[in-house]
Design a binder for this molecule. Structure first.
Ligand SMILES: [Zn+2]
Length: 320
């Protein structure tokens, strides 16, 4: 009889669930659903429960791993808060999952689990130490040190998004100035493009054509598109984002000296020039004897779900 593992990913825009047999590397089944606009934690849970029930078809999993897109206390399985959906504050996600499915559950945040997923199943296979960075609407990170997830004392390790890159830089959502997240995230990129386009529209004609007259419709994806079409303003914005990310990576390399940096998230699809600037800047920022590689993520947006498998599997093995 095989042990089934149920993996869940509570994301900002979509939820995903997968069932896999313990020790295997291919899904038995996999499903995803778009999250409702203005939804609540209760609705999110119901969507997830229904995805999982469809996949389990009456089977009881041996263990559950769950990824959550926000701060989580991994020891207790308590969600601290969720920035975009109401009702998640202090919700005991681990307990709720255990009650619903009758199996032990473990919970962690999406960046930690993406790091774990990439390490076991993706771009980080065979590497002992790596730092995973996700660059999407925000910027987050997760550490694998000596083949283990490093969470820090309060499960807050890896918050590279709030590394200060430019003390005189723009205000970040956290209240500080010039954070990596403000300079390099999708939201930061869109905001910078909007500001520059208002100030000097002649430099951003390609972006302007793509977005039309409504500048609030600017997204990092459109900036990236214009960037690759040679739009000067978009190049200025994305070059700076890549520079900021490279600076951050170089500093982190100096501090911890991991073998590998893995970059995931939608913004990292910006193309060759963007990657070149990141690599060049990181190399310049790091000391000459600090060696590392910077590689794209392999698992895409399924990385947290794979990490949830690893979390459940490893904990299950420890129980046995
Ligand atoms: Zn910040």
């Amino acid at each position: 009889l095989v042990d089934l593992i149920l993996a869940l990913d509570f994301g900002g825009t979509k939820h995903a669930a997968g069932v896999i047999a313990s020790g295997e590397a291919v899904w038995r089944g996999w499903k995803r659903a778009i999250t409702p606009d203005n939804g609540t934690a209760r609705e999110d849970l119901e969507i997830m429960f229904s995805l999982a029930r469809d996949l389990l078809v009456g089977d009881i999993p041996a263990a559950i791993g769950a990824s959550f897109g926000g701060p989580v206390d991994a020891d207790t399985g308590l969600v601290r808060t969720c920035y975009h959906v109401h009702g998640w504050d202090n919700l005991p996600l681990k307990n709720l999952l255990e009650q619903e499915f009758g199996a032990p559950a473990w919970v962690d945040n999406d960046a930690n689990l993406a790091a774990l997923g990439e390490h076991r199943f993706g771009a980080g296979r065979g590497v002992q130490s790596l730092f995973y960075i996700t660059v999407s609407t925000g910027v987050g990170g997760g550490w694998i040190l000596n083949n283990h997830l490093w969470r820090g004392a309060n499960n807050m390790a890896g918050e590279i998004g709030h590394l200060c890159i430019d003390p005189d830089g723009p205000l970040c959502a956290c209240g500080r100035h010039g954070c990596l997240e403000r300079l390099a995230s999708g939201c930061g990129i869109a905001e910078d493009a909007r500001l520059l386009l208002t100030r000097s529209p002649q430099h951003g004609q390609i972006l302007h054509q793509l977005v039309g007259s409504d500048l609030s419709a600017i997204t990092a994806q459109l900036v990236s598109q214009a960037y690759n079409l040679g739009d000067r303003l978009s190049q200025q914005v994305l070059d700076k984002a890549a520079w900021a990310l490279g600076k951050g990576i170089g500093s982190v390399a100096n501090l911890i000296n991991p073998e590998l940096f893995i970059l995931g998230g939608g913004v990292t699809n910006a193309g060759e020039r963007y990657w070149q600037i990141i690599r060049q800047t990181a190399r310049q920022e790091a000391l000459p004897d600090v060696h590392f590689e910077i590689q794209p993520a392999f698992l895409g947006d399924t990385a947290p779900l794979w990490g949830a498998v690893v979390l459940a599997q490893d904990n299950l093995n420890e129980l046995k």
